[in-house]
Design a binder for this molecule. Structure first.
Ligand code: CA
Length: 250
């Protein structure tokens, strides 16, 4: 069964990934030539194949023609607003990992970008090692081959279909929100440390800020509350100060 975003008829045949040599293609969408060149060089040195676009329109047509394994998307593009490009890319391909690149102080862009379907963000000026770590983390996520269904109370997490249902309601989750919830639910009733979450859900060798974790937890809480707020046993993610989080088993 296809996800709710994948039903537009003209996109039905689009997301078939052509990857005969096992080489992973990353689309770098960046109009700043020196940055684009530096990014492409760094990624190529890690064995990725690089495709480049300098405008939103070019990015969309490249993804339509041949979907990459991941998109790095600058939000400040000359033609279409990057957030809008992100939304359109997400519409074209519900599971394509999208990492947005944004200037350090544009927090609002980060929020809009994540709401538009981005999986993650990196602020400019970025550390190359951190960016490469994020890219590795997103490319390592299983896409559709994991068929295990988890059930805790009313919450059902289908890791094969990447869908979450709470009773009769389906949650509309971004890719990383899904991964985070699936992980917390798999450990329901147990405390899970921040370090372990970062390592399991983001990257094995995570270093640096875990702010992205907090942003994802608050967004998950909001979405869970929308569907379970009135229930007698609402789904709850408890904060354990100085430790991490716990998904409460009813
Ligand atoms: Ca730019």
């Amino acid at each position: 069964m296809m996800g709710p975003v994948a039903v537009r008829a003209e996109n039905a045949e689009a997301p078939v990934r052509c990857d005969p040599m096992g080489e992973q293609t990353i689309l770098v969408v960046e109009d700043d030539e020196p940055i684009a060149r530096a990014l492409a060089g760094a990624l190529e040195s890690q064995g990725y194949s690089i495709s480049r676009a300098a405008t939103g329109a070019e990015a969309l047509s490249k993804v339509r023609a041949q979907p990459p394994e991941l998109v790095l998307l600058d939000l400040g593009l000359p033609d279409v607003d990057g957030v809008e490009v992100c939304r359109l890319l997400r519409e074209l391909d519900p599971v394509l990992p999208i990492v947005i690149l944004t200037a350090r102080h544009d927090e609002i862009d980060v929020v809009l970008g994540l709401d538009a379907g981005a999986d993650d963000y990196v602020t400019k000026p970025f550390r190359l090692a951190e960016l490469l770590a994020r890219v590795r983390a997103h490319l390592r996520q299983p896409r559709s081959d994991d068929q295990i269904v988890l059930r805790v109370g009313d919450v059902e997490v289908d890791r094969g279909a990447r869908r979450v249902r709470v009773g009769d309601n389906e949650l509309d989750l971004r890719a990383k929100e899904f991964d985070l919830l699936a992980f917390l639910v798999s450990e329901a009733g147990s405390a899970v440390t921040r370090e372990r979450i970062m390592s399991e859900v983001w990257d094995q060798h995570w270093f640096g800020s875990t702010k992205t974790l907090d942003m994802h937890v608050s967004s998950l809480r909001r979405k869970l509350a929308e569907v379970t707020g009135g229930a007698s046993e609402p789904a709850v993610i408890t904060t354990l100060r100085g430790v991490g989080y716990r998904f409460e088993a009813p």
